[in-house]
Design a protein around this ligand. Structure first.
Ligand SMILES: Cc1cc2nc3c(=O)[nH]c(=O)nc-3n(C[C@H](O)[C@H](O)[C@H](O)COP(=O)(O)O)c2cc1C
Length: 158
């Protein structure tokens, strides 16, 4: 199935990546997924490898999943259709709420990782964590995810 999107290079459409809040999906070892709103993200390089660097607070359930769950995450930039999910993903915690379900989000199985991407997003990235470190804020931690696959919606492809 095409899901109305195409694979792109990691640096394409970066202005839409930079200018928008993301939905970050993580997964526990049993395969349960969680979604969190993420503003502090950057496409950069780590040892010459294209990565997404996500800045996640220690207090988030997402942090626990990044440390104890799958070693992968996906980053999804919502379209108008999925934009409403930011409020739910950024307000509730996956510790006690199934936010994907609450927001009515539909997932697409990963191509190179088990963590799914989200349908109806303008950009999506499958990432494998290759490094993590303390960040410039003591409350937050950096996770560097190697970009394994990147997709852009046909709606934004010129
Ligand atoms: C617009 C928006 C942007 C956010 N950006 C971040 C971020 O960059 N890093 C972070 O740790 N939390 C960020 N948050 C807060 C988390 O999304 C929020 O605490 C969420 O409930 C955590 O969910 P979790 O406990 O399921 O991981 C943001 C929230 C909103 C509404």
């Amino acid at each position: 199935m095409s899901y109305n999107r195409k694979e792109i290079g990691p640096y394409e459409y970066i202005e839409q990546f930079n200018g928008n809040t993301a939905l970050m999906v993580t997964m526990d070892k049993k395969g349960n997924c969680n979604v969190m709103a993420l503003d502090w993200k950057k496409i950069t390089e780590f040892k010459g490898i294209p990565v997404i660097r996500a800045q996640v607070a220690y207090s988030r359930y997402t942090y626990t999943l990044l440390i104890e769950g799958m070693n992968d995450f996906t980053i999804n930039i919502p379209s108008e259709k999925t934009y409403h999910a930011i409020d739910i993903a950024g307000f509730y915690s996956g510790r006690n709420t199934d936010k994907l379900n609450k927001a009515g989000l539909i997932t697409i199985p990963g191509k190179n990782i088990k963590v799914p991407t989200i349908k109806d997003c303008i950009l999506s990235y499958e990432c494998r964590i290759i490094h993590s470190s303390e960040s410039n804020m003591t409350s937050h931690h950096y996770f560097y995810g190697k970009i394994l696959t990147a997709y852009a919606s046909n709606d934004i492809i010129k």
